[in-house]
Design a protein around this ligand. Structure first.
Ligand SMILES: *Cc1c(COP(=O)(O)O)cnc(C)c1O
Length: 332
């Protein structure tokens, strides 16, 4: 199977904002867009994106998971970046048109169709370093993806980073390429120097998230994860897992978690830790590197609670369990 996100459907839906209004061009070829070299996004990073998935059920029907939440987050990201306001009805139509054009190509579970709405500032104006773009492109790319865990589930090793941060604190809740660019240097250094898989950003000792996933600590019947603030990305998988955990009778503690508390709890044999995100749902964390020492989390293997929660979410996505929260939108 090709690497995640390298195969694209040949068409995407595309809309253009110009002269203060949106024009929807419907489906266009997905292999290129035309951009002026002075486009605002190329100089001043006026860009945000989303990531969500469509799933194929056993009867052949195709369902998009929590589309309303991704649309709301894209509107929020666009607003916070002073990009043109995204019309939620337009974006919903664009996502449904794109997925609806390729229902046959949606892989069956454990695969899915990854959906990547993208919004970029296109006004050719390099003098607008401190003012918003008046033109933009919004498009919805599709990429069929296979089993994220096809090579087996390997618990991750995270480097605890207390000094650096993933991105500027006021940008954390924006899903934007700039934040990824900002996190890349520390992630590459952690791989090189510590053979870590990811960096767990903990500015000032406050456990936040990794470069592209939220962090959950599971201690017996309790899940502890940072409460929402503007410094980190409000994952929809995070919210879904916390909802399912409450349904299962677990205690959900959304509150500050310090590195000290994390390390103390990690030593207990039943503790589990996991990263949440659309790509993998929940990936177990096996160890933490702190001050050049490796700390094993619980057994060091993926634990039963992590697996139970991942399976509960997958079961809804795959149409094997009742969608009691109304998270799925049927396309065909
Ligand atoms: C997208 C993203 C997540 C995960 O969000 P989901 O909605 O669960 O996919 C977490 N952290 C960052 C920085 C992200 O960009």
């Amino acid at each position: 199977m090709a690497a995640f996100g390298t195969v694209f459907m040949p068409q995407m839906s595309l809309a253009e904002f110009k002269d203060a209004h949106w024009t929807y061009h419907n489906m266009v070829s997905s292999d290129r867009i035309e951009l002026h070299p002075g486009a605002h996004v190329l100089h001043y990073s006026s860009t945000c994106f989303e990531g969500l998935k469509a799933f194929k059920h056993a009867d052949g029907s195709v369902h998009i998971f929590r589309m309303d939440q991704n649309i709301a987050r894209m509107q929020q990201s666009s607003r916070l970046l002073a990009l043109p306001e995204v019309d939620s009805a337009l974006l919903e139509q664009m996502i449904i048109d794109a997925v609806g054009s390729f229902t046959e190509q949606v892989p069956s579970p454990p695969g899915s169709m990854y959906i990547r709405p993208t919004h970029i500032g296109t006004e050719p104006a390099i003098g607008k370093a401190a003012s918003p773009t008046q033109q933009s492109l919004l498009y919805v790319l599709l990429s069929p993806v296979g089993d994220y865990f096809s090579g087996g589930i390997k618990p991750l090793k995270l480097l605890i980073e207390e000094n650096g941060s993933r991105c500027a604190a006021h940008m954390g809740m924006i899903k934007s390429g700039g934040n990824y660019a900002s996190a890349l240097g520390p992630i590459l250094a952690a791989r090189q120097q510590h053979k870590a898989d990811q960096v767990l950003f903990c500015p000032g000792g406050d456990v936040q998230e990794t470069g592209a996933a939220n962090f959950l600590l599971i201690d017996d019947n309790q899940i502890i994860t940072k409460d929402l603030d503007s410094s980190f990305l409000h994952g929809i998988t995070r919210d879904s897992i916390l909802t399912l955990a409450r349904d299962l009778g677990m205690t959900v503690s959304e509150r500050a978690l310090s590195v000290d508390e994390l390390i103390e709890r990690a030593a207990k044999p039943n503790t589990e830790a996991a990263l949440s995100g659309t790509a993998a749902v929940l990936t177990p964390v096996g160890s933490l590197i702190h001050n050049n020492k490796t700390i094993t989390v619980g057994s060091g293997e993926g634990g039963p609670v992590t697996e139970k929660l991942r399976k509960a979410l997958n079961a809804i996505q795959w149409g094997e369990a009742e969608d009691t929260h109304g998270w799925l939108t049927r396309v065909n």
